[in-house]
Design a protein around this ligand. Structure first.
Ligand code: ADP
Ligand code: MG
Length: 758
């Protein structure tokens, strides 16, 4: 390893001490044994010239020489790292430079600190070292030996082998590398190296393919628990590991602590500096885990401090005074009575609205559990208090449907509801905006059209956000800001794992709709191979003959949108020919709002009884008498999506059937389809989904800035850590957050928090 900056820094410090002593002693050249000149020459050759002949200089000349020397020390000192350097671009880290920086950035490593805290994905056990004579086929071990001979062979134009005969005194091992011509010069005959790889024993010879290697005794890439990082093309494990190592050597001493010292000790967490060092060179997996936990806790803690601060600063809600009589009238007018959990949810919401802080409530319930009525009740309460409510849905179709349902539910009540989506004309829009601003509209339903700049409310007090994961927190916050201390009700059909709730909805109260108002046991699911599609449509024909109606759904993904649309359109044409006189309709995202509306209305009314659709309708369509569903290419849907789709049928409690047509090509897709066929409970489905896909995808679905910022924390594993981080953060927020910590929160999560309106 090259002489290091640390080393230079130490020498500069040493010379400073000597310089101070020499001055204190009156320039007697007695500060060090052997005289200053020799000392400088030995420890800082670049300064030797400045103190040449020091012993024979006059006092004045000695003083001048020392000043020059001090200047030199100062200039060398300026090259020493300072804590603020950690935030400098990663280009400035030793060994990075302009060529590697873009590769690091691809990995999300933008600053020197990012490089230092870049977490290994896993550890590889390279600790086992063996003599060559003891090697067995298939084991992964470290072998230390001398290269006795090397050869290179061009097997084919595209394939060059470098082969080295390694001898450790007990036997011979061949190390073979494919297409790594640069090794030829690096690997020296007669030198001793450590090799790590998988041993193959063939016809009496031992071989390792593409072993990791380094000079014997280095103990860096071999002979220990080696961190394996996520890398990208053009950046090897070895070079990334080396870059991190060099950065650590240079900056380790200036890594600041983040957690309050008292809390850190009480929780038994490693100091940050130590944790960062150990995640890159742990002595064991347990050691690694301990380090990871310290860093994960820190992240989660900062995030929770940010959220806690936000709640505190936003606690300027106001107490609404809903009129109980209006809610009574609303409930009395319903064609059914509420389930127990619907009632509980409404009571909790009422309490929140009456309290002088803004509500943050997550309403969770499986598809068909009756969230809409609860939301409608919340809107009625808000309106009865003289304020306004907004309901935001992810698609125009869903917004429109909510609008229709609410209109129906509010019939006969003094609650005016309007629809605001991109598809309405400019004149209608202007009229609604004016009415909203004047406070004449009580409830407005819409898409993200609601959060456009020019939408103004007279007094927005409640924002209902349907299917939150489609929006993300940013849109929600934008809507929230159109009011003052706006109460928030988020509705989600996807059961959200507790960790995600704590992170994304850290400050939310949760209401769960546990029971299904209309039991769904009568919905049957069959998984059918593509080759038996014809049988499915024959059964559909019988269902139609009995007067039933339903959906045929095609997957639609952005990458193959044109093809997917064509498939749906073609099926629509074929089915129209096949079922003449039944009414076959088409509904997809590219149609105009009027066309969509017409198709939905016709389907509701029964003029259309087979609705061919793409996934744009996956959530929320509420046509109670729909009783069959054919899902084409079901293997292309996610499990949660399939469950959502199935939630569209049998909503009236009638018998219903879902055909999933699929020839899954992967094991994962097979597991997905079996789970879909066998499970009906949304929570069980979500659990299975998590198991099948693993935690990695959770981040994808959660789609959230905060989550993607987490580097060491693992949302599935770290529930306990998250809970502790949360209570620590709340405790601190109560006591007052020190400025330094506030700045750290701001720096790491500031962008997200700002979008949240902190
Ligand atoms: P989701 O939770 O999926 O949004 P909805 O609110 O759309 O569910 O409700 C599903 C269906 O159940 C709707 O047709 C609705 O009218 C009906 N429903 C809701 N609550 C009840 C209830 N308490 N009793 C009977 N039917 C109900
Ligand atoms: Mg719904």
């Amino acid at each position: 390893m090259p002489a290091t900056e640390d080393d230079l820094a130490n020498r500069v410090e040493l010379l400073r001490k000597v310089l101070g002593l020499e001055r204190a002693q009156g320039l007697q050249d007695r500060a060090v044994v052997g005289g200053l000149e020799a000392f400088v020459a030995r420890h800082l050759p670049q300064g030797a010239e400045l103190v040449r002949g020091y012993a024979s200089l006059s006092l004045a000349a000695r003083g001048a020489a020392l000043e020059k020397l001090e200047e030199l020390l100062n200039s060398l000192d300026r090259g020493r790292p300072r804590p603020e350097d950690l935030l400098r671009p990663v280009e400035e880290a030793p060994g990075v430079g302009a060529k590697r920086a873009p590769l690091l950035k691809k990995l999300g490593i933008n600053t020197i600190e990012d490089l230092l805290t870049y977490s290994p994905r896993r550890l590889e056990d390279r600790t086992r070292r063996k003599a060559i004579k003891d090697l067995a086929d298939g084991e992964a071990v470290t072998v230390v030996g001398t290269v006795r001979a090397k050869s290179r062979v061009k097997v084919r134009p595209q394939l060059e082998l470098i082969k080295a005969a390694v001898d450790d005194g007990t036997g011979l091992l061949f190390a073979v590398w494919f297409n790594q011509p640069w090794l030829w010069d690096e690997l020296q005959q007669g030198e001793k190296y450590a090799f790590f790889g998988k041993v193959q024993s063939r016809y009496g010879t031992l071989q390792m393919d593409n072993p990791v290697w380094e000079p014997a005794g280095a103990g860096f890439h071999t002979g220990r628990w080696v961190p394996i990082y996520p890398v990208t093309e053009g950046l090897t494990q070895a070079s990334l590991r080396w870059l991190i190592h060099k950065a650590l050597r240079r900056y380790r001493e200036v890594i600041p602590e983040v957690l309050p010292e008292e809390a850190r000790r009480r929780l038994g967490l490693l100091p940050r500096r130590e944790a960062i060092r150990r995640i890159h060179s742990p002595s064991s997996p347990a050691d690694f885990e301990r380090a990871r936990q310290a860093l994960a806790f820190e992240e989660l803690f900062l995030l929770q401090v940010g959220l806690a601060l936000r709640r505190k600063e936003e606690a300027h809600g106001r107490a609404l005074r809903p009129d109980p009589a209006l809610l009574e009238r609303f409930l009395a007018g319903l064609p059914f009575s509420l389930t127990a959990s619907q009632r509980r949810a409404l009571e909790a919401i009422e309490e929140d609205l009456r309290a002088p802080y803004p509500m943050l409530r997550l309403l969770q319930g499986d598809v068909g559990s009756g969230k809409t009525v609860v939301a409608a009740g919340a809107c009625v309460m808000t309106a009865s208090a003289g304020a306004q409510a907004a309901v935001m849905a992810p698609t125009e179709i869903l917004a429109e449907q909510h609008f229709l349902v609410l209109q129906e539910l509010f019939r006969g009540l003094p609650v005016r509801v309007e629809l605001l989506v991109g598809g309405i004309g400019a004149k209608a829009r202007a009229r609604i905006l004016a009415a909203l601003a004047a406070g004449e509209v009580d409830v407005v339903v819409g898409t993200h059209a609601l959060i456009q700049e020019d939408v103004e409310f007279h007094d927005l007090a409640l924002a209902v956000v349907d299917e939150q994961h489609r929006f993300g927190v940013i849109q929600r916050a934008a809507l929230e800001r159109k009011g003052r201390g706006t109460n928030i009700l988020v509705m989600s059909a996807t059961p959200i794992p507790r960790t995600v709730v704590l992170t994304l909805y850290g400050e939310f109260a949760v209401s769960v709709l546990e029971e299904m108002p209309v039991p769904r046991e009568r919905v049957r699911t069959v998984w059918v191979a593509e080759s038996r599609r014809e049988e499915v449509y024959r059964e559909v024909e019988e269902l139609l003959a009995r007067g039933e109606k339903g959906y045929v759904v095609f997957p639609l993904v952005e990458e193959s949108e044109e093809l997917d649309l064509r498939a749906a359109t073609q099926a629509y044409q074929e089915l129209s020919r096949r079922f003449p006189g039944v009414g076959v309709g088409l509904l997809h995202g590219r149609m105009t709002p009027e066309e969509k509306r017409a198709a939905m209305a016709a389907f509701r009314a029964g003029e259309i009884r087979v609705l061919v659709t793409t996934t744009v309708v996956e959530v929320g369509l509420d046509v109670p008498d729909a009783s069959f569903l054919v899902i084409e290419h079901a293997d292309r849907f996610g499990l949660a999506q399939l469950h959502q789709l199935r939630g569209r049928i049998g909503r009236g409690g009638q018998e219903a059937v879902c055909y999933a047509i699929a020839d899954p090509k992967t094991e994962e897709a097979r597991r997905r389809l079996s789970a879909f066929r066998d499970l009906v409970d949304g929570f069980k489905i979500a659990e299975a989904d998590l198991q099948i896909r693993g935690p990695g995808d959770l981040l994808g679905t959660a789609q959230h800035g905060f989550v993607s910022r987490l580097r060491a924390a693992n949302l599935v594993r770290d529930v306990g850590l998250l809970e502790r981080a949360r209570s620590e953060a709340r405790r601190l927020a109560e006591k007052g957050v020190p400025d330094r910590l506030r700045r750290e929160v701001e720096r790491r999560f500031g962008e997200e928090l700002e979008l949240l309106g902190v």
